[in-house]
Design a protein around this ligand. Structure first.
Ligand code: GDP
Length: 424
């Protein structure tokens, strides 16, 4: 038995879904341990192209049990739609292959509204939230004022608790944001419409996972976003509202004493980020447009154009360290094939001082990238399946990154399809 976490090393959108889809056949269980439907994983396989937001990417593999752990926040309306869409595409989703932790936190429509209300109050200082209610619901969780998925199994108990929560929430909605309050009947009707559909999937997934472990089954932990968006270690305050680092995986899954034997960190061959905040290697204008178009860099959840730029080895090395990565997958190398020369950022310069260490967030605004320019290869590499068959310049690009990151690059992804991968 061995457990593995697949985590993002950068800002998210590194291609985690694609890598989980590839390696799930080696695992019995896939668990999402944090976040909600605020980010999407794209998976392309024999069933079609899917943007998964909540459902673990192991759902396409027969015999794999997919779990939403206690660390996840669930919008029942969204999840029900995701289940329905997958079923319509011919994917089987039953309590045998999909389970929801009774301790997962529910996102309500008022969380989404509060997210949007706060972003509009902030105007040009907005965080760039996806407005899925993630920050409001996680902060309510810390105030112990949220509903757990298991409460859907006890509607009368839930009604009583929701009444108290709404009384408190409406104070903010009405008096701070001057918006329309929610009634208990309205929210219970919403629960009836969407939450009731999910009850067959809800169980004590922690107990299930602990038992699976005891039986020698292997578990894959699937993270959302990347290290630079981690609540504690990311670019504060432009982080997500949960911990995506691999160290949190056992806690968010419900097996706190468990070991994560492998941490497969996913690194994109160039940088992209969604939302606000410092992004040291950002490109603008035509240069950015070309890379964005080549990489199809538009948000899987929101369709927003992503900010793009060259590979940032300073931020990426920090991500590798904070994730405790034991090996890396280097994705989207094929996207760089159009470039004659490829800059990579090896250092930052802050107030005239050159550093290879990722600084405290407040200093990032002042950081200027220091680039080394590597030669491009300018040919299609998507058909290559062995590392030694890559053009020399492409091999050198990967080896340069590997050396700077101090962690072995085990996979090089050269396309979005399942088989467009080089395993070293
Ligand atoms: P995730 O959230 O980390 O899973 O990343 P996204 O799904 O947002 O972004 C990855 C996107 O790139 C998806 O559209 C994938 O199908 C695609 N993709 C992943 N790896 C590769 C690759 O090596 N080459 C190309 N061309 N596309 C890739």
């Amino acid at each position: 038995m061995s457990n593995c976490a697949i985590v993002g090393i950068n800002w998210g959108d590194e291609g985690k879904g694609r890598m989980v889809d590839l390696v799930t056949e080696q695992y019995d269980v896939v668990v999402r341990y944090q976040g909600g439907n605020n980010a999407g994983h794209t998976v392309i396989n024999e069933y079609g192209k899917f943007a998964l937001h909540l459902i673990p990417s192991g759902i396409f593999r027969k015999g794999v049990v997919n779990v939403l752990g206690n660390g996840v926040v669930i919008d029942c309306e969204h999840l029900w739609k995701e289940i329905s869409d997958l079923r319509a595409a011919g994917i089987d989703i039953t309590p045998d292959n999909f389970r929801i932790s009774d301790r997962a936190t529910l996102v309500f429509p008022f969380h989404r509204d509060l997210d949007a209300l706060e972003e509009s109050r902030l105007k040009d200082r907005a965080y760039g939230s996806t407005k899925r209610g993630i920050a409001p619901v996680y902060s309510d969780k810390y105030q112990k004022k949220t509903i757990q998925a298991g409460e859907l199994l006890y509607p009368e108990y839930l009604r009583g608790r929701l009444a108290g929560i709404l009384e408190w929430k409406n104070l903010t909605i009405e008096n701070v944001y001057h918006a329309k309050p929610y009634s208990l009947d309205e929210m219970m009707a919403w629960v009836g419409r969407y939450g009731a559909n999910l009850t067959p999937f809800i169980c004590d997934t922690g107990a299930f996972l602990r038992q699976a472990e005891a039986q020698g089954k292997s578990i894959l932990f699937e993270a959302q976003l990347g290290a630079l968006r981690d609540l504690d270690f990311g670019i504060w305050p432009y982080t997500s509202s949960s911990n995506n680092i691999a160290a949190y995986a056992p806690v968010g899954a419900g097996i706190p004493g468990s070991r994560v034997d492998r941490v497969l960190g996913i690194v994109k061959a160039y940088s992209t980020c969604v939302g606000e905040g410092p992004f040291t290697c950002e490109w603008f204008g035509e240069e950015a447009e070309k890379l964005r178009e080549a990489g199809g860099e538009y948000g899987a959840s929101t369709g927003r154009p992503r900010r793009v730029g060259p590979l940032d080895l300073v931020a990426t090395r920090y991500g590798v360290i904070m994730q405790g990565a034991t090996e890396l997958a280097f994705t989207k190398l094929d996207i760089l094939s159009y470039m004659k020369e490829i800059p990579v950022c090896t250092h930052y310069e802050i107030d005239g001082v050159k550093t290879a260490d990722f600084p405290f967030p407040a200093l990032l605004e002042k950081a200027r990238p220091v680039y080394t320019v590597l030669p491009g290869w300018q040919c299609d590499i998507s058909g290559v399946r062995r590392f030694e068959d890559l053009p020399a310049a492409a091999q050198d690009y990967v080896l340069f990154a590997e050396k700077a990151l101090g962690c072995p690059i085990k996979y090089v992804s050269v396309g979005a399809q399942r088989d467009e991968i080089i395993e070293r």
